[in-house]
Design a protein around this ligand. Structure first.
Ligand SMILES: NC(=O)c1ccc[n+]([C@@H]2O[C@H](COP(=O)([O-])OP(=O)(O)OC[C@H]3O[C@@H](n4cnc5c(N)ncnc54)[C@H](OP(=O)(O)O)[C@@H]3O)[C@@H](O)[C@H]2O)c1
Length: 186
């Protein structure tokens, strides 16, 4: 299956995607980043996330998605949303879940949480890492398995991804996004 896989996250300067109660705090919500993220999700063919990482944006109900849950054994329709598929990776492959969701080409956006990001670390074509450089979340939820022993950037690099040009999303707050690409020509 020829799917392009992209990752998206916004993290604090210390590599956290949520606070100590595993909730994404308002400190990590920035208009510039939300606009970037929403435009990206409007372009992709499929969104993939864990049960707690629904992006909750105005266009969310229009988007095709698969979410991971152990509440099903393999793959099942989401009774709450006709555009959504429930998937348990212990019982069925990612390809099978995509096929069930009627997606066999195009781009998949992986949007968290940490365990789900970790599952695809060797498969991203590009990972869009947004960093809020002035925010720190001590005791927060690390964005990837292996953080904070290593930084998110060190983990992406260890999985064969290379940093491209950062793009400033909110200059007054020092929020930028950097594409980490597997192929420098990508
Ligand atoms: N800053 C950001 O950009 C960003 C991005 C993403 C998330 N977040 C935040 O991070 C927090 C969510 O973190 P989370 O750790 O709860 O992540 P999550 O991956 O969204 O949700 C965890 C749930 O997803 C399911 N799941 C995850 N991995 C699975 C697997 N391998 N097999 C089957 N099911 C699996 C399980 O659901 P069941 O319990 O149903 O089995 C699990 O309880 C939220 O506060 C969210 O807002 C922030």
């Amino acid at each position: 299956m020829a799917l392009r896989i992209e990752g998206y996250v916004i993290v604090s300067a210390d590599g956290m995607l949520a606070d100590a109660s595993n909730v994404m705090p308002d400190q990590l919500r920035f208009e510039g980043d939300q606009a970037f993220f929403s435009a990206a999700l409007d372009r992709v063919n499929l969104i993939l996330h864990g049960r707690n990482s629904y992006e909750d944006q105005p266009n969310s109900p229009k988007r095709r998605r698969i979410f991971l849950t152990r509440k099903v054994a393999t793959i099942a329709p989401d009774p709450a949303n006709p555009k959504s598929t429930l998937w348990n990776p212990d019982g069925a492959s990612f390809d099978a879940a995509c096929k069930y969701a009627s997606v066999d080409s195009g781009t998949v956006a992986v949007i968290g949480g940490p365990a789900v990001f970790g599952m695809f670390m060797d498969r991203y074509d590009v990972f869009w890492l947004s960093v809020a450089a002035r925010v720190r979340l001590p005791d927060g939820e690390p964005c990837f398995p292996g953080v904070p022993a290593r930084s998110p950037q060190q983990i992406l690099a260890a999985h064969g991804l290379h940093a491209g040009e950062p793009q400033m999303l909110e200059p007054a707050e020092d929020v930028s996004v950097t594409p980490w690409r597997r192929d420098a020509r990508d």
